[in-house]
Design a protein around this ligand. Structure first.
Ligand SMILES: C[S@@+](CC[C@H](N)C(=O)[O-])C[C@H]1O[C@@H](n2cnc3c(N)ncnc32)[C@H](O)[C@@H]1O
Length: 233
């Protein structure tokens, strides 16, 4: 546990020193280093973007020719860069998809990021369920906002509902990997689902089987989320 705390402190300290708004920034950096998903000139949608660590990373990666559209229920301080747009909205509200599309301009995104976390109650089953519901909401949005062959990076809380989400992603993308970047504490219950090669369509939730698929691929559940300690303040 001491090692885990030291690691968390190390990334928190680095984030302060390097001017990142959250230590979560390193999770995206490490995932992108491994999978090379976000590239110069890309259009990226960052869902659940506050306080903005992932926004900072993706804005740098896409550069001046790219665009990053950030969405959160909370207000987010502008990055002050021309390649960024922010919308304050709840992804579960009616009409959200249309409002998001309006702010994206012409063309769909090359990559959709979702580092969503609901307000945590501390009752693990409930928090897990709510978080996975948010993930499904993002999957529902993909045909409207993600270009065919595009990619998705999504945080998911470990638990009983995770395998059905993974299965749904596998029905939508040619490649789905479960990733645990070094900046995410190994004791935390979050994993990152990295999906590449979007088919343009997603299976409906009704067509999913609730049977466990590849349970051994998933790390053990500690019942604690990294998000509780993610923000710098
Ligand atoms: C872990 S934080 C994101 C951290 C961010 N990736 C970063 O690097 O700074 C999760 C975010 O999800 C947002 N969120 C939760 N439910 C949401 C919803 N229904 N609609 C929009 N944002 C939501 C929360 O407000 C919170 O800011």
């Amino acid at each position: 546990m001491r090692l885990e705390e030291a690691k968390r402190d190390q990334f928190r300290r680095r984030a302060k020193e390097e001017g990142y708004r959250s230590r979560a920034a390193y999770k995206l950096l490490q995932i992108n280093d491994k999978y090379k998903i976000i590239r110069a000139g890309d259009k990226v949608v960052d869902i659940g973007c506050a306080p903005g660590g992932w926004l900072q990373i993706s804005s740098k990666l896409v550069g001046e020719r790219g665009l990053v559209v950030g969405v959160d229920i909370d207000s987010v301080k502008s990055l002050g860069r021309k390649n960024g747009k922010l919308i304050r909205d709840d992804i579960t509200f009616d009409g959200f998809s249309e409002r998001l599309r309006d702010s994206m301009g012409k063309g769909k995104a090359d990559c959709v990021l979702a580092d969503l976390s609901p307000k945590l109650s501390g009752i693990w089953d409930m928090d897990h369920f709510k978080q996975i519901e948010l993930c499904h909401r993002v999957v529902d949005l993909l045909p409207d906002i993600l270009t065919p062959d595009g990619s998705n990076i999504m945080k998911a809380f470990h638990g009983a509902e995770l395998s059905a989400l993974v299965k749904r992603l596998k029905g939508s993308f040619s490649r789905v990997e479960i990733s645990k970047p070094e900046a995410s504490r190994s004791g935390s219950s979050e994993v990152y689902l990295v999906s590449m090669g979007f088919s343009g369509q997603v299976p409906s939730r009704q067509s999913e089987s609730l049977e466990e698929e590849h349970p051994s691929e998933l790390p053990a559940d500690s019942g604690e989320s990294d998000w509780q300690t993610d923000r710098l303040n």
